[in-house]
Design a protein around this ligand. Structure first.
Ligand SMILES: Cc1cc2nc3c(=O)[nH]c(=O)nc-3n(C[C@H](O)[C@H](O)[C@H](O)COP(=O)(O)O)c2cc1C
Length: 559
């Protein structure tokens, strides 16, 4: 008898307990940070670039001039004719999502920055594509691994045509699959037990970055909701233990279908789940290469392995609430940006210091928030679930907005729930002259710079910008309803919001930074919360940066 999703959740109760326990023990407290090594083990710093030694490489073009697209159109679908799937379009797809954006140097240290951000610049995310025959790559379906350091695709596996047909024959020509995995050790090396959270944020950032670059290519980008993590691992080859050095394995995360935009709103077919024959075909395909060694030795973090195992999607599709909401408030009093998408994507950076003085206008602030609201447009259409994350805003320097603590309710139907669950002292006032359709509420008026700084591990950037924020997840009820694997989805959603804020800040002539270091329960105290019904998962800040001119910059890919 086949098990239903509900039955699998009963068996999954234990997994949810593992998740709740992991989340609890990886909180930072005012008097105690989550467990890590406590010092930087420089001798074992992991190589930020993965290669498959022995795999054939295909060079992508890092110097193509892509079709220009005004920045605002990144958030629309169907506005650029699809590029054919070839080496040139794949070059753009990776160049504007996961490639290197610049090399930096200070003294004798030299490091690469990328289009996508990453906690501690450690970049645990690895990307793979399953392609049909593409001229210049191979005449058969091929799984390739992307290497940002050289902007190349490495051929990991060649598949029989039958495998491709089974998976992809319902999709239009020019479609392919993209998969992401995390090298958990890369992040744990520095952050210890809390690292699993950061890997998931990074996946969210990468998903949004890929969703945007898909728009540039005229493609759609949708996450697959019902493949098991084991099947994703099989397809990406990250389950092939003898291809990886001990402790340096990759955890399968997401699979996405990329299709050409047709201009007509059609429901995409679902990606067939592999049957036993296809699983065997994939496993016995022609696999090439062995992963490079990242560190001389590594430290095991058992709780990370435990939470990774507890949050793997079972082989039973989760019922996702397809009633996605569409807060299409994008037209809201926006001044259209004059920037070019490619430029904004390439110039995205984190700020180390904010000037603590500049202000932003209310109009710019509201339109930035509107961009973080879900809708049927990119990057939100990549996600298959109803939003679970609300923004707790600490507004410091927005002309026309009273300083104070606000909330942006990203699913308006949850307003009453938040009102009843959060502190009775909150005023839930609609800011002056704001349409009640805009889901922003003032909770507490007053200078909250000191609070924001303290909550974000005493980092000045949380107080010195226009505003900073905490991303509050509808936590325990969601995990109980959708199962332990949804722990990852919650973090992915925060990463997508973060990527939107990064680009929006650049487009507004400002800068932002993701803040993974914050004191969890003190944030919940402000909300008047006990227990884990709501949890803060990620913080962020936006303001005017102070450049560090001592750091030298050189091009990502010299000609
Ligand atoms: C999940 C996540 C958490 C981060 N946490 C912090 C933080 O607490 N403090 C900070 O200064 N920067 C933080 N950052 C910014 C990273 O340090 C930055 O992305 C990385 O150094 C790469 O630089 P770039 O964003 O300019 O490419 C975070 C970034 C991400 C994606």
């Amino acid at each position: 008898m086949t098990e239903t999703y509900e039955q699998s959740l009963v068996n999954n109760e234990e997994a949810s307990e593992v998740v709740f326990a992991y989340h609890e023990r990886t909180k930072h407290h005012f008097n105690r940070y989550a467990r890590s090594l406590g010092h930087m083990d420089w001798a074992n710093q992991p190589n930020p670039f993965r290669f498959y030694e022995g795999a054939l490489q295909t060079k992508l073009n890092a110097h193509r001039q892509p079709r220009p697209l005004p920045y605002d159109r990144l958030y629309e679908k169907g506005n650029a004719p699809p590029q054919p799937l070839d080496l040139e379009s794949l070059s753009d797809f990776f160049r504007y999502s996961l490639a290197i954006s610049a090399w930096k140097q200070y003294g004798s240290s030299r490091w690469a920055l990328r289009i996508n951000p990453s906690s501690g610049n450690l970049h645990p995310t690895e990307a793979y594509v399953l392609l049909p025959p593409v001229s210049g790559i191979r005449e058969s379906p091929t799984l390739c691994h992307y290497v940002s350091q050289l902007h190349v695709l490495e051929q990991r596996a060649t598949h029989r045509e039958e495998v491709w047909q089974y998976l992809m024959n319902l999709f239009p020509e020019g479609s392919f699959l993209l998969g992401l995995s995390s090298i958990l050790w890369r992040e744990a090396w520095k952050y210890g037990e809390r690292a699993f959270r950061y890997c998931q944020h990074d996946i969210g950032h990468a998903v949004a970055a890929l969703g945007f670059s898909a728009v540039l290519c005229g493609w759609n980008f949708h996450l697959v909701s019902d493949w098991s993590t084991d099947d994703v691992a099989l397809l990406l080859g990250v389950d092939r233990e003898d291809n990886f050095h001990e402790g340096e394995h990759e955890e399968a995360e997401v699979l996405a279908v990329v299709t050409p935009q047709t201009g007509v709103a059609t429901n995409l077919p679902s990606l067939p789940i592999p049957n036993e024959t296809i699983r065997r075909e994939i496993s016995e395909a022609d696999w090439h290469g062995k992963s490079n060694r990242l560190s001389k030795s590594n430290v095991a973090w058992p709780v990370i392995e435990e939470v990774a195992a507890a949050t793997r999607m079972p082989g039973i599709p989760a019922p996702v609430d397809s009633t996605k909401i569409h807060n299409d408030l994008l037209g809201f009093t926006r001044d259209l940006s004059t920037s070019d998408s490619e430029q904004i994507i390439l110039q995205r950076r984190s700020c180390q210091t904010l000037d603590g003085a500049s202000t932003m206008t209310r109009k710019a602030f509201l339109s930035m928030l509107a961009r973080t609201l879900p809708g049927s447009h990119p990057p939100w259409n990549a996600l298959y679930w109803r939003p679970r994350i609300h923004l707790l805003l600490f507004v410091h320097r927005v002309v026309g907005m009273r300083p104070g603590v606000y909330v942006l309710v990203r699913d308006l139907s949850k307003t009453d729930l938040l009102k009843s669950a959060w502190s009775a002292e909150f005023s839930w006032e609609t800011p002056d002259d704001l349409s009640t359709e805009f889901p922003l509420f003032l909770l507490l008026e007053g200078d909250c710079r000191q609070t924001a700084r303290s909550l974000s591990c005493h980092q000045d950037i949380a107080a010195d910008g226009f505003f900073s924020l905490g991303m509050i997840a509808d936590f325990s009820a969601t995990i109980k309803e959708h199962g332990a694997p949804f722990y990852r989805n919650l973090f992915w959603e925060t990463g997508v919001i973060g990527q939107v804020l990064y680009l929006e800040a650049e487009a507004a002539g400002a800068r932002s930074t993701g803040i993974g270091c914050f004191f969890d329960d003190p944030v919940h105290d402000i909300l008047g919360l006990e227990g884990n019904r709501f949890q803060s998962l990620y913080h962020f800040t936006v303001g005017m940066p102070v450049e560090d001119h001592r750091i030298q910059s050189s091009p990502a890919y010299p000609e």
